[in-house]
Design a protein around this ligand. Structure first.
Ligand code: UDP
Length: 355
């Protein structure tokens, strides 16, 4: 695990000094983070890197995961889609499953830390214990709440308003609430296995091991197999592009413990991918960080065609790798890589949300 000092060449001394200053009054304070999966997806990606850094800054930071059965994750996935603005049929029984599961979690989680950071809707109702504990509670929302399905938002909002404050990833994702709202930008870790520099020889060895041929330019989307990531839309776009450019499409994904739709979406993607032998579908374990890194670095174009997005950490990962300083890359391929990423980031900013 990288130490804070190792970030100095990347973030500069001012940032490290500011962090130390901010952390000083918090030394020894306990901070609990709670989310719904230990692996897979952006929240787990952020927490796994952030907790050790918080500890190094002197905070007593921990991370817990709520536990639930299949029915709980089916309900919370509906909540997730509904809050992103994709209407769902949510029944009174669904709300009951949600409440019952979080009540069970409350009975085993002391939640007595000085600060409790609850991530996303899945564990949001744990806040009902706050009044008895008198500690500080923050809800960090990693999804786009700008146009939620009212049936789910009306259920969740009274819980959210019991927090001391809530955190959004972008001002446009926020909702009108009667509690203070803060902004924390999503983050990637430049020194993690997912993002650190890789020698060309390692990139090639990893792609060979994964059976990804490098004879044609790779167009890649890295995403959980989730409908809101629109992998079928990526295939349709690729099938159009392919009559102009000879390329290979790579859909790399995995599953997350809290995402019950992944297997179904993967099956649909595999079926559609049969349309063209140039479409490769790769399902990797959620710990394949160095493999994803190598794939992102080897690709000519990285796509993120989400219909709705909370983080889009994969876009930041792509941008971070946009100007690889690997000395054995030719000027030509570096130029190609930079151009494609500039074009992509422009498109991402300009494209209206589809839905
Ligand atoms: N990711 C991964 N393996 C996969 C799919 C995704 O490691 O098979 C990582 C990806 O590199 C990124 C995170 O999971 O770091 C996904 O975050 P993002 O914000 O893009 O989407 P989310 O899954 O949180 O909706």
């Amino acid at each position: 695990m990288a130490r804070l000092e190792e970030y100095r060449p990347i973030v500069g001394s001012d940032t490290l000094e500011e962090l130390a200053l901010l952390a000083r009054p918090l030394a020894g304070k306990s901070v609990l983070n709670v989310n719904s999966t230990a692996v897979g997806g952006g929240v787990a990606e952020i927490l796994s890197r952030m907790i050790p850094l918080l500890r190094e800054l002197g905070l007593d930071a921990r991370w817990e995961v709520v536990k639930g059965g299949e029915d709980f994750y089916a309900v919370t996935k509906k909540f997730h889609n509904a809050l992103h603005g994709d209407p769902q049929t949510v029944t009174p029984k669904d709300f009951q499953v949600y409440e019952d599961t979080l009540d069970e979690n409350l009975s085993r989680m002391p939640l007595e830390e000085d600060f409790v950071f609850i991530h996303d809707p899945q564990p949001a109702a744990l806040v009902k214990k706050r009044r008895a504990l008198k500690n500080h509670w923050m809800w960090r929302c990693h999804i786009d709440l700008s146009r939620p399905d009212p049936s789910v938002w009306e259920f969740l909002k009274p819980y959210v308003e019991q927090y001391d404050a809530c955190v959004f990833s972008a001002p446009s994702f926020a909702q009108k609430l009667n509690i203070p709202q803060m902004l924390i930008a999503p983050s990637i870790d430049p020194l993690s296995d997912k993002n650190r520099e890789l020698p060309e020889s390692e990139i090639q060895a990893i792609l060979e091991r994964l059976g990804i041929p490098l004879d044609k330019p790779l167009v890649t989307q890295v995403s959980r197999f989730d409908r809101l990531k629109d992998p079928l839309g990526v295939i349709e776009a690729f099938l159009k592009v392919k009559s102009y450019v000879d390329a290979r499409l790579l859909l790399v994904g995995g599953t997350a413990d809290d995402d019950p739709e992944g297997a179904q979406v993967l099956a649909e993607v595999r079926e559609r991918a049969k349309a063209d032998p140039n479409i490769l579908v790769l399902c990797l374990p959620p710990t394949s960080h160095v493999e994803i890194n190598a794939i992102q670095r080897a690709s000519a174009v990285l796509v993120q065609k989400s219909l709705r997005e909370g983080f889009g950490l994969t876009v930041s990962e792509a941008l971070w790798k946009g100007n690889p300083s690997s000395p054995d890359r030719s000027e030509e391929s570096r130029f190609k890589s930079r151009t494609s990423i500039r074009e992509r980031s422009f498109t991402q900013r300009m494209a209206p949300p589809i839905g």
